[in-house]
Unconditional design. Structure first.
Length: 316
């Protein structure tokens, strides 16, 4: 049975905040008469988070839980939540009470009333340490520039989605921060932003680590490549290979012509001769990489898997 809203809460070691968060979400849902479910995804907690989730679920049948055997990361938790969600609108939020459930009604309305596919929260005023806010601004600027999506805060945990969006995408690695980019490449173009309240952390400590930015930029490169060339890798590697091979060929032709004009001319004494060889070798390797990638793609089980918006058949 379809519900109005599914709330997905990925968490690790948040036992203190969970009862308050669950009660707050329930108050908002009851006040707005929404049918709902809350999926709490325990990402390998080492405290009593799972025991708290179990008690909350026993007292409120809207609350459901998934427990990972070990820590897999936020992307994995969100992906499992997306697979389990039954709501028409899926809302994600962090478990640390820095995201306010009072934002839920407007996030729901922007999807159902205004027709957005995805709404990303923008924590315009933040209560995070400077070691997190400065790199985050740089990361968001680079991502917006590369993806063409005009958002201020890609990594905000508070987002809302049309159900079709979360059922059409897969999130892994550190790619949860790039869900708007993944959604865009999947064909969902109506992506918006809403300024949301960001609250100071009430319990525990942040799980933030600087290594996330290194992994994040690598994942962005992966998404941009797979989204554009995933089904036609030869177009990328072949073009790059042609450029390098052509440069090497032109240099080699110039050196050969110089040798014909002047027989005393020694090609191998010129550093540019070895640069030409290097360019031609790199070009050949890129071509071969493209061919191998094409073979892998053509033998992939989902090589002809496409998202179909509508199908019209007129029967005679």
């Amino acid at each position: 049975m379809s519900l109005d809203i599914s709330v997905i809460v990925p968490l690790k070691n948040e036992e203190e905040s969970l009862p308050e968060l669950a009660a707050w979400i329930d108050r908002v849902m009851q006040a707005n008469n929404y049918s709902y479910e809350v999926w709490m995804i325990d990402d390998g907690s080492t405290d009593d988070s799972w025991e708290v989730i179990t008690k909350l679920a026993a007292g409120n049948n809207h609350i459901k839980g998934i427990r990972f055997q070990r820590n897999y990361g936020k992307s994995a938790a969100l992906n499992e939540g997306f697979r389990a969600a039954k709501g028409d609108v899926i809302i994600t939020m962090d478990a640390d009470l820095q995201d306010s459930p009072d934002e839920i009604p407007e996030l729901y309305n922007l999807i159902m009333r205004d027709g957005y596919d995805l709404i990303s929260g923008w924590k315009k005023k933040r209560y995070d340490p400077i070691m997190k806010t400065i790199p985050s601004k740089f990361f968001n600027g680079v991502t917006a520039k590369m993806s063409g999506i005009k958002l201020h805060d890609f990594n905000c945990g508070l987002k809302s989605y049309r159900r079709k969006v979360v059922k059409s995408i897969e999130v892994y690695g550190e790619m949860h921060r790039y869900i708007p980019v993944i959604a865009k490449w999947a064909g969902f173009r109506k992506i918006g932003e809403k300024v949301v309240e960001h609250r100071a952390r009430k319990y525990g400590v942040t799980k933030f680590g600087l290594e996330r930015f290194i992994n994040g930029f690598l994942d962005l490169a992966s998404i941009m490549f797979v989204g554009k060339f995933g089904k036609r890798p030869m177009h990328f590697f072949g073009a790059m290979g042609f450029v390098f091979f052509f440069l090497g060929f032109v240099i080699s032709f110039y050196l050969a012509f110089a040798k014909i004009v002047n027989l005393q001319y020694n090609m191998t004494d010129r550093p540019i001769f070895y640069l030409a060889l290097l360019f031609m070798i790199i070009g050949s390797q890129l071509f071969l990489t493209g061919f191998i990638a094409e073979l892998v793609t053509r033998n992939s089980a989902d090589r002809n898997s496409y998202l179909v918006e509508e199908r019209l058949e007129i029967k005679a």
